[in-house]
Write a protein that binds this ligand. Structure first.
Ligand code: UDP
Ligand code: MG
Length: 201
């Protein structure tokens, strides 16, 4: 069985780190998937780092990366990918808005069907205001045109083969938009739909 790394960017997530560490490691263990979880503390102002340290000593296979200040989610994702040692690598939010069970289907599509990138595509945009939906719609219309790939339901929730991760990491761009760049680099790609969950606190 090949190892799955899960990169989890975390900014002010002290309440969610223990829940996410428990839920995701429990799920992967139950399905006998070898894993590591990499929590990247993106300069949080709360006790996120202390919670990551606790998770590291509570569960096997957890690593923490510590930023000196808040650099933003894109940088946190890239630092996590650079630290990952798995044969494939997933990226997911720390607030469980990306349903962890979807990781199982992503892993299956990679390990059994040979896809090199599995994109998480939003089935619905969850509970967002009409204004937010409209402005996000406009933003993705422009992005779709720029990238040449439909970005309207794209997300940062995805799984990539180690090869694709390496290709992404050698790109000179440092100020990136991960969800678009990971589509742009090519590779054998498929997608799975997921419903954006409500943020639980
Ligand atoms: N995040 C981060 N750095 C930031 C802002 C957010 O690492 O500067 C993380 C956050 O902890 C979460 C993910 O990025 O794991 C998505 O953030 P959020 O839930 O705020 O965004 P949304 O759900 O609105 O996309
Ligand atoms: Mg969120």
């Amino acid at each position: 069985m090949k190892k799955l790394s899960v990169v989890i960017p975390a900014y002010n997530e002290e309440k969610m780190v223990p829940k996410t560490a428990k839920t995701v490691s429990g799920l992967l263990k139950a399905h006998q998937i070898p894993y590591e979880l990499i929590f990247v503390n993106d300069g949080s102002k709360d006790g996120t780092w202390q919670e990551i340290e606790k998770a590291v000593s509570t569960y096997p296979g957890i690593t923490g990366v510590q930023f000196s200040r808040n650099f933003g989610k894109e940088s946190a994702i890239l630092a996590g990918l650079a630290t990952a040692t798995g044969d494939c690598c997933a990226v997911m939010d720390c607030d469980l808005q990306h349903p962890p069970e979807t990781l199982l289907e992503m892993y299956r599509l990679w390990s059994e069907e040979g896809y090199e990138i599995v994109e998480g595509v939003k089935h619905s945009r969850g509970k967002e205001s009409a204004l937010h939906k409209a402005s996000a719609g406009m933003f993705y219309k422009i992005m779709t045109k720029a990238v040449g790939i439909d970005m309207s339901r794209a997300s940062d929730f995805k799984l990539m083969d180690k090869k694709a991760v390496e290709a992404l990491l050698v790109m000179p761009e440092r100020n990136t938009f991960f969800r678009a760049l990971s589509s742009w680099i090519g590779y054998r790609t498929t997608s799975v739909e997921f419903d954006v969950q409500e943020r639980v606190e």
